[in-house]
Ligand binder design. Structure first.
Ligand SMILES: Cc1cc2nc3c(=O)[nH]c(=O)nc-3n(C[C@H](O)[C@H](O)[C@H](O)COP(=O)(O)O)c2cc1C
Length: 339
């Protein structure tokens, strides 16, 4: 993403790293079943965002006597903490659990703690957590205070949406800006919209204006439909300090590069297939059967687009049942095409 800025800062642990970032800065969005350490490493090796976030992680499970599933979401690769600030994203509705989860994440070495107040999935919002907090602002405030208490001085941020059924940006985000957060990420859609329609960057701009009045030290991060070509325009429109990229990285793996490197869609077939091979192999080696192979399939379309026969290859890959199966399909395809 070619944004005008200097990248001269180095990340130092135990500081409010948000304040050290260049402006504007770029963040890789937290994405469940996507941004595990395998994918974060793949992304960083092709263009480093300034900040990364883990998948959202349940505070209740972290605090239970079987925390393994949640701990898997907090796994990092060797050297990751020294590379770029990595923020643990947690969710929950119980202040005591959130405080304990924040303490654990801080002790594990994460650079900051982010609270998910935007996930629209019903089975989660029914528990009064994530996006449901838009309807329970006083609980949201309690959770933020609890996480601050547990975070041992690490910066605390929130990621949310512009409203529940309709935009209620000023009231909701105004409330959050009253909590003295290090950063606030605003996804420019309501909960009801889920991922549909276009993200509303005019609403995001309202948050930046409010921030200037209520909490000048809180950084505002805009999120929703950011692409390489559109990034600078959205930043200018909204005045945000940073941009968060989610799905935009799927079709443009080099989106965080600073050198105007050409878009991933233009990369040759052989490069895309090497990346696919790396992703499948790393996923197999990292998780050794602990993660469902089927979830890896959501990535296949990222690598099988923009070359002749791509759809046919994708179909063959989608019919596989394990890592060995997809690697065999890939080998056979490359052999036939002499790649
Ligand atoms: C597969 C997937 C998983 C997601 N998981 C999370 C999550 O764990 N935490 C979170 O705050 N948002 C999550 N999101 C929302 C994204 O972080 C982001 O807000 C949303 O995709 C809009 O940004 P985009 O248009 O750049 O993709 C997820 C989105 C996708 C597509």
């Amino acid at each position: 993403m070619v944004l005008e800025k200097s990248r001269s800062i180095r990340y130092l642990a135990d500081m409010n790293f948000w304040q050290l970032l260049p402006r504007p800065f770029a963040v890789l969005a937290p994405m469940e079943d996507v941004t595990d350490w395998v994918y974060r490493k793949l992304v960083c090796d092709h263009g480093e965002p300034d900040v990364l976030m883990t998948e959202f992680t349940s505070a209740a499970i972290l605090c239970s006597n079987q925390p393994q599933r949640a701990m898997e979401r907090l796994m990092v690769y060797e050297g990751e903490f020294a590379r770029r600030p990595l923020v643990a994203q947690i969710w929950g509705a119980d202040p005591t659990q959130m405080e304990k989860a924040a303490k654990l994440c801080s002790q594990l070495g994460f650079a900051g703690i982010d609270i998910n107040m935007g996930c629209p999935v019903k089975k989660i919002s029914k528990k009064g957590a994530c996006s449901a907090l838009i309807r329970f602002p006083s609980l949201a405030g309690e959770l933020i205070q609890a996480v601050k208490q547990g975070s041992q001085g690490k910066p605390v941020s929130v990621k949310t949406r512009i409203g529940w059924a309709q935009p209620e940006t000023e009231v909701w985000c105004g409330h959050l800006l009253g909590q003295n957060l290090a950063a606030l990420t605003v996804h420019g859609r309501t909960v009801a919209q889920k991922s549909e329609g276009k993200a509303d960057w005019v609403e995001i701009g309202k948050v930046t204006a409010l921030r200037n009045q209520i909490s000048p030290s809180t950084l505002v991060i805009g999120n929703g439909d950011v692409t390489r070509a559109g990034a600078e325009g959205l930043r200018r429109l909204s005045g945000v300090d940073g941009l968060m990229v989610g799905r935009g990285v799927f079709s443009d793996l080099g989106i965080f590069r600073q050198d105007g490197y050409h878009c991933y869609t233009d990369w040759p077939e052989s490069v895309k297939l090497s990346l696919l091979e790396r992703h499948v192999t790393d996923h197999r080696n990292a998780w050794q059967g602990k993660k469902d192979y089927e979830k890896l399939k959501k990535f296949f379309k990222n690598y099988t687009a923009g070359f002749e026969g791509a759809l046919e290859l994708r179909q063959r890959l989608m019919d596989t049942h394990d890592h060995a199966g997809s690697l065999a399909v890939l080998n056979q395809w490359r052999g036939a095409r002499r790649l």
